[in-house]
Structures are given as C-alpha cells and as structure tokens.
Design a protein around this ligand. Sequence first.
Ligand code: GLY
Length: 565
Amino acid sequence: MQIIKKIAVFFVLFLLVFSCAISDQSKSYKNGVVVSAHYLASEVGNEILQKGGNAFDAAVAVQFALAVVYPRAGNIAGGGFALIRTSKGEYNSLDFREVAPRAAFEQMYCDREGNVNSDWSQKGHLAVGVPGTVDGMVKLHEKYGSMKWEALLVPAIKLARNGVVLSELEANKLNDYRDQISAQNKNKSNNPYVRERPFREGDTLSNLALARSLLAIKTKGRNGFYEGETANLIVSEMEKYGGIINAKDLQDYQAIWRKPLIGEYREHKIVSMPPPSSGGIALLQLLKGAEMHKMNEWSFGSFEHIHLMVELERRVYADRATWLGDPDFYPIPVDRLVDGEYLENRFATIEMDEKSNSQDVKAGSVAVIESFETTHFSIADQEGNAVAITTTLNGNYGSKVVVEGGGFFLNNEMDDFSCKPGVPNQFGLVGGEANAIKPKKRMLSSMTPTIVEKNGTLFMVLGSPGGSTIITSVFQNIINRIDFEMNPQQSVDAPRVHSQWLPDEVYAESKALSPEVKGKLEEVGHVIKIQSKIGMMANIFVSESGAYIGIADTERHADSRVAGY
Ligand code: GLY
C-alpha cells in the first residue's frame, strides 16, 4: 500500500509540475523568515528581524504594513487571531476579533417581512464590527515584543507617505471593486481608492490620511485609534451615514488572550485557534476523522481521499453551524466536540462507497466561495519563536467604506454572525443561536492560524485566507505533508478540494480531480463545481537540520512572498 501510495503521489505531482510550470521557490533560512501575501510586507518583517527584533515585533510591523500595501485584507480597522509559540515551546493565542456594537440586535439585518437583507450586513456602515486589530497589536507587543513600539510603525508610515507601486494584481483588484467602493464613499475628495481613471500596474498609490492614522497609533498606541482624532473620525462617519458604532464602543474594545486548542495527529502536536474561531475545533475534528479512516493508506487525489474528506467535512461543518459562536456568550461544548469517543460515533456513519446527504447529517448530539478576502502571515525568528496571524476585513475591502480623513477601510465583519437561523452568509455558511447577534459579542470565524510540532520541535507554521475554505486548506496542507509525505513546496502547490455540509456540493480546483475520480465521485452522487483557486497558504516548515523553509502560495497569488535571512 505504501509503495502504491508513493507512486501515485509522485505521478500526480509530476503532472502538476509539468502542467503548471511550477517554480520551486523553497529556500531555507537559518535565522528568520516571514511569509505573507505581499512582497513589501514580507520585506518589512524581515528587516525588523535583521535589526534584532523577534517574531512578534516583526508580526506587528507586518500587520501595519499590510494595511498599506494590501488594503483589501490588511487592516487597522478589522480583526484577527494570533497563534504564538515561544522559543521555550510555550503556546498562547490572542483573539483580536471585532465585536458587535452595543446598539446591535439579533434582527438588525432583517426587513419588515423578516427576510435578511445581505446588503445591510455586507456593505456600508451598518456592516461594521468594532475593530480589534490595534488593541491586538498593542497587547501582542506588550507581552512578547522586544523592540520599541514606535519603530514597528515606521515602515508602514513610510509606505503610506511615499506610496506603493501597484502590482498588476492590486491594480486589477481595485478596479474590480471600484464601483462598490465608489458607491459607499459619498465624499470622494482625498479618497485614494477612488480615482477617475482605472488603476494600472506601476501606478504609485500614496495615502497621507492613512499615514496620519498610523502616526497617531505610533505615538499614542491604543489611544491613537480608540480615542482622540481617529476615533472621532470613525464616530462621525457612523453618525453621518447611518452606522451604529459610538465612542464608548471604541473605548470598550479589548482583545483577549485565550488558551489555544491542542490536539494530536499521528505523533504530531497540533495547536490551533479556539472559539470564537471555529478553525481549531474543526481542524482537530477533521484530523481525528482522517486518522480514524486511515487517510494515510489512500493515495493523493484518489476517489477515497476526496470522498473521505468531503464526508468528514459534511459532519464537521454541520457541528460548526450548530454549536459554535462566541464562548463568552454561548456555552460551547469544546471538550465534547473534540472528544475521541464523540468523533468515533460521529464519523462511524461514513460509508466509503456511498455519499451521505447533507439534509440527513444534522449536527451531533452534544455558495459561492471567493478565495482571498482575508490574509495570513507566518513568521519565525532566530530564537525559535513563531507566530501565525490570520487577519481580515472580512470581504475584500471590508464594508468598502474608507473613513474620511482616516484613509483606511472599515470591516464588514457583522456578516459573519448568523443573521437569521439557516440563512447563509457570504461564504454560504449557516448558523443558529450560538452565533446570533448580541451587543459586544464576537462573530464566529473560520480563521485557522496553526502550529504543528514533531518530537517536541517546531515542524510547521501555517494558515490561509478564504472564508469557509480556510479550515479545509489548512487541513489539506497538514495531511499532504504528514499522510502523503509531500515536501513543503509540493504540499502547498497540490490542488485543493473543499466542501462544507451546506451547500451539498464539492468545490475542486481544476487539477484536483482526474476524469476518472471525478466520474466516480459523481457516480455516488457528489455534485462537483470547479473553482479557480481555493485558499492561499503562507507557510513555514522546519527542516531536519532546523532551517526555516518559507513557502508562499505564488501559484495562487503572485504577490505572495517569502523573505528571510
Ligand atoms: N471573515 C472570515 C472569517 O473570519 O472566517
């Protein structure tokens, strides 16, 4: 079985390499490495490491740089999660997820007939959650940083002032969203993201208002965003255009340290994000199912591999929809959901030659998918510290609102709540009471920053954007490496498949399924939809000699980059 599996993996990857002309970008670095969705942000992080900063200093600098160079997802007015491993092998996680404003209420996106109006939850001022990023970065730096806070803001301020030369990808993305951004910003003067003519590759985009907002954060820390000038600008936006965030919402915001979720997978320690992200629980459930059904005995890309993944995902996303939300508002049975006995029963109904129906798969007793709305970066340093951060505005450019005078996009994270039981959000995800809107509550996330250890040493640091596909992208990278024994580059390049209980469909990148496997999956009833891209990994792997191998997902996003020394 092992030999057949190896031949099959070799064959699939051989085809992949020649059909996509994949360039092996993997380089190893002895001292430190940064992998992010934008080359300028990766360079900023690497410079901080080379100046003697640790991984956490670099993470703060990268987060702020991404707000300038990658405005569709990088942010100062969004939120995210950081998973931390110190050089001593200690883990921690930071939840800087947005919260609902105090004036929010359960039915706020329903019209008079009780139907959800997704325009209200996805676009404009009413869609905005109270931002968490700035407080998150301040807390990360206070606990783990070694350099002066001010120094970590300098690169982002320079980029905003001097301007960023737009890549083809960035210019195209801004043009794709031009009408939506324009519609949400009545006052277009001094708005750098709304121009008369389309953006072109090579244009320089400077943003002096954003430079000022970053300067306030540099000099006043948390108070430079949640109080004073920037806070006033946000509140006045809300008052002018029908939003509900007020000054007290901003003052009250607090990022929260949380105990990470820790599990095992075939002699590897898996550490990931607890609620209010669903990522860690779902990932541990999927891995348990893969272990139970002996994923490692199937070959990559085979009918069994894909069918088993889809059947596991159906059950895991059904649990997500029912049980998961903000743990400070809803009693989430975390231990039970990742309990071996529970999962044995949950996955025992999987038949290897028969598809189950999502309608029959209810939660256990206890869409259209876009890929890159969020962003992930991974950093490791000379001392052995590592950090995985997934951060987001939710949709591309969030609510599309740029704060007048502030120069930054506001998130549209409120759409990650379940606006009404059973009604899907922008990722096709459904939910219920656990994820219902309540004042000051955090909306459920799929972000899955994850760290894997082998024999007590760092093995992988990984994560991805992609809404609901984040969890399955991370899952596939882990099994690619551990079960299918792919090297780091192969594990990122390998084509991906995604399914999520509802809709009862299987999304596959075009090279993921051979005609024979696709035919067999359809024969047992799976509905296959081809998707251009699923996920965008930003991973670090550690070689046996202890060197860092950074892998950016350049096949799926050309601007992604590894920088290290
Ligand atoms: N906004 C995407 C997520 O948190 O899952």
